[in-house]
Design a protein around this ligand. Structure first.
Ligand code: C2E
Ligand code: MG
Ligand code: MG
Ligand code: MG
Length: 291
C-alpha cells in the first residue's frame, strides 16, 4: 500500500480502488504538502454596511493553487482537510495570515475587521484559543477586529464543552458569527443560549430573494429574528443591485457578495477599496487621501 509522497504518488493506489477513492487519496497526499509548498493563498471579500456602504470588514477565504490541477475550490478540499486533521495546521496558517493582513491594512489607515472561517474540527481543538490570542498579540490587533465564523453544524456538534469554548472566545473579545444560517439544523434555542454576535443568512436564500417570494420571506424572517435576539445580520450572496432596496427595507445590517466584489487577493482588494472609496466618498476628504 503506497502511503506515497513526492511526485510519484499518482501511480500508486490499491488495485480495485474506485476512481473516486484514488482521486481522494491523491488529493489528500497533495494537501499534506500544500502548506509546506506555500500553495495556499487567502482571498478577501468586503463586507459593507447596508445603508452607508462603508466597508466594515472582509472575509478571508482560502484558495489552493494546485501545481497541476490549478485552483481547487475550498468546498473540494476543506471537508478532506477536516477528516484528516490537516485543517488544524491549515487553520492556524489562515488565522496568522489573515491577522497579518488586517494589521497591514491598519497601517494603511484602513481599519477593517477580518472574518475567518473556522471548521468544527478546528473549533474544538485545544490549540485554537491560544492561537487566536497569539495572532492578535503578534499583530497588535484589538480582539474586536477579528471575527470567527462558525456554522450551525459546529454548534450542534453535541460537544459538551461548546459553551466553555464559546466563553473562551468571548473572554478574549473576538466576535462570533454564525455562517450559512438557515441551511443547518437550526435549533433556535441555540441562538438564545450562545454568545453569538452576528448571523449570516445563507446565500441560497439571498440569491433568489429578488425573484422568489418565498426566499424573500425567509430572508426577511431571519433578519427580523436576528434583530429580535440583538444580533447583527449579514446577507451573503448579494449578487445584484436589485437586492439592495429589499435588504435595506428589511433592515439587514450588512451585505457581502459579487455585486460589490468577488473575493480578491490582498493587493487587488486594497486597490478595490481605494477605488470604491473614491466612488462613494461622501466624507470631507472626498476619499482622495489615498491612505
Ligand atoms: P462561506 O464561509 O459561506 O463563504 C462564502 C462563500 O460564498 C465563498 O465561497 C464566496 O466566494 C462565495 N460568495 C461570495 N459572494 C457570493 C455571491 O454573490 N454569489 C455566490 N454565488 N457566491 C458568493 P468559497 O470561497 O468557495 O468558500 C466556500 C466555503 O469554504 C466557505 O463558505 C467556507 O465554509 C469554506 N472556507 C473557505 N475558506 C475557509 C477557511 O479558511 N477555513 C475553513 N474552515 N473553511 C473555509
Ligand atoms: Mg464564511
Ligand atoms: Mg456562508
Ligand atoms: Mg460555508
Amino acid at each position: 500500500y503506497a502511503k506515497a509522497h513526492g511526485s510519484n504518488h499518482h501511480q500508486f493506489h490499491e488495485p480495485g480502488m474506485t476512481a473516486a477513492a484514488a482521486e481522494r487519496l491523491h488529493l489528500e497526499n497533495d494537501l499534506r504538502e500544500a502548506l509546506r509548498r506555500a500553495e495556499f493563498e487567502l482571498h478577501y471579500q468586503p463586507i459593507l454596511d447596508t445603508r452607508s456602504l462603508q466597508v466594515l470588514g472582509v472575509e478571508a477565504l482560502l484558495r489552493w493553487h494546485h501545481p497541476e490541477e490549478g485552483m481547487i475550490p475550498p468546498d473540494r478540499f476543506i471537508p478532506l482537510a477536516e477528516e484528516t486533521g490537516l485543517i488544524r495546521p491549515m487553520g492556524a496558517w489562515v488565522l496568522q495570515t489573515a491577522c497579518a493582513q488586517a494589521a497591514r491594512w491598519r497601517e494603511l489607515g484602513m481599519a477593517l475587521s477580518v472574518s475567518v472561517n473556522v471548521s468544527g474540527e478546528q473549533f474544538f481543538g485545544d490549540e485554537l484559543p491560544r492561537a487566536v490570542r497569539d495572532a492578535l498579540a503578534r499583530h497588535r490587533l484589538p480582539p474586536e477586529a477579528l471575527t470567527l465564523e462558525i456554522t450551525e453544524s459546529t454548534l450542534m456538534h453535541g460537544s459538551l464543552n461548546i459553551e466553555a469554548r464559546l466563553d473562551d472566545f468571548k473572554a478574549i473579545g473576538v466576535r462570533l458569527s454564525l455562517d450559512d444560517f438557515g441551511t443547518g439544523y437550526s435549533s433556535l434555542s441555540y441562538l438564545k443560549r450562545f454568545p453569538i454576535d452576528t448571523l449570516k443568512i445563507d446565500k441560497s436564500f439571498v440569491r433568489d430573494m429578488v425573484t422568489d417570494e418565498h426566499d424573500r420571506t425567509l430572508a426577511n424572517t431571519v433578519i427580523a429574528m436576528g434583530h429580535g435576539l440583538s444580533l447583527a445580520v449579514v446577507a451573503e450572496g448579494v449578487e445584484s443591485a436589485e437586492h439592495m432596496p429589499l435588504l435595506r427595507q428589511a433592515g439587514c445590517d450588512r451585505v457581502q457578495g459579487y455585486h460589490f466584489s468577488r473575493p480578491l487577493p490582498a493587493r487587488k482588494l486594497t486597490e478595490w477599496l481605494r477605488a470604491f472609496r473614491g466612488n462613494t466618498a461622501s466624507g470631507p476628504d472626498g476619499g482622495t487621501t489615498g491612505a
